[in-house]
Each structure stands twice: as C-alpha cells, then as structure tokens.
Design a protein around this ligand. Structure first.
Ligand code: GDP
Ligand code: MG
Length: 319
C-alpha cells in the first residue's frame, strides 16, 4: 500500500484513509505502522482550514477555489471535509459531494468527506492523519472544511497553516454577536456571496469586520485580511490566494511557519494522550466511572472527591 500511496495513486490513498479511520484494533495497528512509515514524506503541502457557519458556502467555495488552484496555479489539491454528521444536524455528505462535483472529477484533486466520529469531541478524529496521507501521496494543497461549531474549529485551527473563516454578507446582528475568539482564530475573513442582490450587503459586512478587527489588537505581525468573494461567480480568488502566499512567505522568513508546525506536533501528542486516556478510563473503569458520575450529578460527592476516588481505583496517586 505504501509504495502505491507514495506514487500518488488515488485509490491507494482512499484505502489508506479507510484503514486509518477504522475503529478496529487490528486495523489501528496497521494504520499506525503505515503512518510512521510515511511521515518522512509529509510536510511539503500548504494546509488550509476553511470554517464558517452552515450554509455560508464552504463547500461551494472549496469547489471553486480548489479548481482555481489546480487550473491557475497548477497544483494538486486534496479536500478533507469534517462533516457535521451529528445526530442533531444530520449528515450533509451527499450535498457536499454534489457541491464539489467538478473538483471530484479532476485528475489533480482528491475529495474525501470524512464523517465525524462523535464519540469524544466530535471532529473526525483522524483528520490530521488523513492530511499526512494526502501529503505523502503528493498533494501540495490540502483544504480542510470544518463546521463553525465550537471545538472542531479549534482542533482544525491547530492542524493547519492558515485558518480562513467564511462569513455571510447579511445580518448586522450577527456581526455584533460575533465571538471574539473566532476573530482571533481566523487568519483571514472571507465574506462570501459577494454577488447579485447581496453584493452591497457583503461590502458593508466586510467594513464591519474590518472595524471589529481593528479594536482587537492582535499581537502577531499578521494583519488579518478581509476579502470579498463569490464562490458561485468565482470572484475574489486572486486576492485570497495572494494573501495565502504572502502569509507563507512572511512566516517562512521569520521561522514562524516551522515553529507553528512544531507546536502543532506537540498539541497532537497531547490530544492523543488525552483522548486515549479518556477512552481507556471509559472502557476499563466503566462501572466506577458511571457510578461516580451519577454520585456527582446527585451531589452526593464533589467532583474532586470522585476524581480522587477514580484515580485511586486506577492505582494512580493523584496527590
Ligand atoms: N449567491 C451565492 N450563493 C452561494 C455562494 N456560495 C454558496 N452559495 C449557496 O449557499 C448554499 C450553501 O452552500 P454550501 O457550500 O453547501 O455551504 P456550507 O454549508 O457552508 O458548506 C448553497 O445553496 C449554495 O449554492 C455564493 O458565492 N453566492
Ligand atoms: Mg459543506
């Protein structure tokens, strides 16, 4: 599998991703082996995260911008979608596939919607691993689509080089209520649907975001650009692409690019330990875990008491 994958075979890549996403313990062993063996061939791509509320046009943007990168910049593009297939929102796998139809058909593209695994955290657990597989297969531009909901945004922001947030052109209210954290997270704000009846509203919204950012006083040397774009009419892509290039050049000069990636490696390890530990406790100490949770819920024990008791059961000294 490894040789085929390194040669850029898309079917081998799809299979490798399926293996990595498998929950079966025997698959996980093979997956870990494969991942270790391909790590030396990773790291050369540009990693772009695309977030924003449902319906803002993320999938449409990625279809358009991905095609632009292939056709105008002659690059190979892989798309990983962290799909919001939670029981609440329902999956949009099908919708995404049809929205990225042209891109899916391109020889130079690979499109993979990966269902979020729900269990712990909600993001597709293995997005980062899939990103490395795409890099090993020679894709030089990776785009990760994420839903603009809580934890998943932070997780994706922590695995990409550049995190872009799409915004709707309407709703002054929404701008008022926009979370400061979100603005801080974004390396660029893209006001989408800059076309037709919404064109002027988009321009006004862009100005609002500019004002909101101005009072944030970010401490980095990067001034978050606000771009207008129409994913349907394919407008505004040049300026967005130029921002990405500028960001990359600037951060390669001052070594921040590499620093950020090294920091992300550390976060990857920490989050792996965190998840593995939680699932270990959940499975091996299920009964006690449930009993203690209940006791905390019913205020029979404080969370601290319960935690200490759990640690004692596990043979760990928590004092
Ligand atoms: N007018 C206009 N509509 C758009 C644009 N981009 C996306 N849409 C529409 O917005 C809806 C949601 O798009 P989608 O890409 O599925 O959004 P996602 O949920 O963020 O992935 C679809 O009906 C799109 O056709 C745009 O640039 N202009
Ligand atoms: Mg979508």
């Amino acid at each position: 599998m490894k040789e085929l994958l390194l040669s850029g075979d898309r079917r081998a890549l799809a299979k490798a991703i399926t293996l990595v996403e498998s929950q079966k313990p025997e698959h996980q062993k093979d997956a870990q082996k494969l991942l270790s063996s391909i790590m030396p061939y990773t790291g050369k791509s540009f990693r772009l995260g695309v977030s924003g509320p449902p319906g803002v046009g993320k999938s449409t943007f990625i279809e358009g911008f991905g095609t632009y990168i292939i056709e105008e910049k002659n690059k190979k593009v892989a798309v990983l979608a962290v799909d919001p297939s939670s029981p609440i929102s329902g999956g949009s796998l099908l919708a995404d596939k049809t929205r990225m139809e042209k891109l899916s058909l391109s020889e130079k593209a690979f499109v993979r919607p990966s269902p979020s695994s729900g269990a712990l955290g909600g993001v597709a657990n293995k997005t980062r691993e899939c990103m490395f597989l795409c890099e090993a297969a020679g894709f030089d531009f990776i785009i990760i689509e994420t839903v603009g909901v809580g934890q998943s945004e932070y997780e994706v922001a922590n695995m990409v080089d550049f995190f872009a947030t799409l915004m709707l052109p309407n709703a002054g209210d929404e701008i008022q209520g926009i979370k400061k954290g979100l603005l801080e997270l974004a390396d660029a704000i893209l006001v989408n649907k800059w076309d037709g009846e919404l064109k002027q509203a988009a321009e006004i919204a862009a100005q609002h975001y500019k004002n909101a950012l101005a009072i944030l006083h970010k401490t980095t040397n990067w001034i978050t650009p606000i771009h207008l774009c129409s994913s349907i009419e394919k407008q505004g892509f040049d300026a967005i692409y130029n921002s990405l290039t500028k960001y990359q050049e600037l951060n390669k000069q001052n070594a921040n690019f590499q620093k950020k990636r090294l920091q992300q490696n550390k976060l990857w390890f920490e989050s792996l330990v965190h998840k593995a530990f939680l699932s270990f406790v959940n499975s091996k100490f299920k009964e006690s875990w449930e009993k203690l949770s209940k006791e905390v819920e019913q205020q029979k024990k404080s969370p601290y008491e319960a935690m200490n008791e759990l640690f004692q059961l596990m043979g760990l000294d928590n004092t």
